[in-house]
Write a protein that binds this ligand. Structure first.
Ligand code: PLP
Length: 460
């Protein structure tokens, strides 16, 4: 972080503190401490305004899958900019990049989806999903069947409905959220919430039972859908216990509740398969995706729906004259062209094969941290993982929040040259660009461990 003295005068940091409201930032300390200004990027690295190099251990925000200098994606954007820099999709207008990308998504989808709707962010995609679930049930003459069940610690975004789906209290407190008809069931975090002696399968059964009890309490005729990230990302990188989705989906089928997969982080190779839904055998009726869809080079997200849901939408559109939903930039040709090139590069360079190969090293290095005195749990799969810091390994006691173990460790790691993030408390996540090599993984973990050791020296 920039030192306070640099906030004097007309430095970029001072100008930032004077003019910019930062997302997910302590606005008060930012006024005196200022930003870290990133100037350039190449491969898995970014460089700050003083030329210091960092490994971007989180691919930005779990998104820049091809790193920070993929010329093919830059060229795709420039070519499309020259041809047609903008057009929209309202009133039956269309462009070739949007059509091609929709076809590609349907071809690689993990379920037999029928159609694709484009938006600009994961939050917009999930807000769209909420509206589609309501629209669909109205088309079926089921005006009562509207509640959507999410999970504690889920992350689905920040817009009004998406933040309501999110199960993290800071996104609700004083924002007057969640809105009505959004409920939260138990978080499938085995390390934190399993009972003594309970197996993963037994814990999964208890989570499914909690869901069933909630559906019965609310009334099955009022519950429309269940939404889940295959691996919960911003909630702490929580990997579901064995048989979790199998048991959850059995409950959903019993009560005619739709399954929505939020693939905003897991989609496009993160778990070693194209979709987290494939890794965990999820059969979604609706799927939202974003981030690695364009390697984050330009904003684009997508929602895929089943034929049944699309039929309901057509019926509603016949009734109302138009499907009255869409963004100015839905299907924008430039991000769509970059998204299409991203999908092609995934195939041309066998990114899935690469992820499966290098994730072995990634998982080994993560698991080697299990014995570290600060680490309570290591959770890792594919190229995503986190360590959970604890004050006492035996009792799993967390640090006093006043100690700020998570943010302190993230800062120590940044000083050591790797950008990680403290998520949902004291969990330090890694989710590097998918193009990372084995030797880069080693260097990333060397720096990560150095940051951890530096904080351990302060903690004990
Ligand atoms: N869903 C998941 C699983 C996410 O991780 C995120 C963002 O991190 C979102 C939705 C929201 O996406 P966005 O920040 O693009 O609105």
């Amino acid at each position: 972080m920039t030192s306070p003295s640099l906030l004097q005068g007309n430095s970029l940091a001072a100008r930032d503190a004077k003019s910019v409201i930062h997302a997910y930032t302590n606005l008060s300390t930012h006024l005196t401490e200022g930003p870290l200004i990133i100037e350039t990027g190449k491969g898995i690295n970014v460089f700050d305004e003083n030329g210091k190099e960092y490994i971007e251990g989180l691919a930005g925000l779990w998104c820049a899958s091809f790193g920070f200098g993929e010329e093919e994606l830059i060229e795709a954007a420039i070519d499309q900019m020259r041809k047609l820099p903008f057009y929209h999709s309202f009133a039956s207008k269309s462009t070739e990049p949007g059509i091609r990308l929709a076809e590609k998504l349907l071809e690689i989808a993990p379920a037999p989806f029928s159609k694709v709707f484009f938006a600009n962010s994961g939050s917009e995609a999930n807000d769209t999903v909420v509206k589609l679930v309501w629209y669909y049930n109205n088309s079926l003459g089921r005006p009562e069947k509207k509640k959507i069940i999410s999970r504690q610690k889920a992350y689905h975004g920040v817009t009004v409905a998406a933040a309501s789906l999110t199960g993290l209290p800071p996104l609700h407190n004083d924002f007057d959220l969640p809105i009505q008809n959004i409920l939260h069931t138990s978080c499938p975090h085995y390390y934190r919430y399993s009972k003594d002696g309970e197996t993963e399968e037994e814990f999964a059964a208890r989570c499914a039972d909690d869901l069933e009890k909630l559906i019965l309490k609310e009334g099955p005729d009022t519950v429309a859908a269940f939404i889940a990230e295959p691996i919960m990302g911003a909630g702490g990188v929580i990997i579901p216990p064995a048989t979790y989705f199998e048991k959850i989906q059995a409950v959903l089928r019993k009560y005619d509740v739709l399954m929505i997969a939020d693939e905003v982080i897991c989609g496009f190779g993160r778990t070693g398969q194209m979709w987290g839904s494939q890794t965990f055998d999820i059969q979604p009726d609706i799927l939202s995706c974003a981030k690695a869809l364009s390697s984050a080079y330009l904003p684009i997200s997508a929602v895929m729906v089943s034929q049944d849901i699309f039929d309901g939408m057509v019926k509603q559109s016949e009734k109302h004259g138009a499907f009255a939903h869409g963004f100015t930039y839905s299907g924008h040709p430039v991000p769509a062209a970059v998204g299409m090139r991203t999908m092609e590069l995934m195939e041309e360079r066998n990114i899935l094969g690469h992820v499966r190969h290098v994730s072995k090293r990634f998982n080994e290095r993560f698991n080697a941290l299990a014995d570290h005195p600060l680490v309570g749990e290591v959770r890792t799969m594919g190229l995503i993982g986190a360590i959970e810091l604890v004050a006492d390994k035996k009792t799993k006691r967390s640090f006093d929040p006043k100690f700020k173990a998570g943010p302190k460790t993230a800062q120590a790691m940044q000083d050591a040259g790797v950008i990680s993030r403290a998520v949902a408390g004291d969990n330090l996540a890694l989710c590097p660009p998918l193009i990372i090599t084995e030797s880069e993984i080693d260097e990333m973990f060397d720096r990560f461990t150095k940051g951890l050791d530096d904080v351990a020296a302060m903690a004990f």
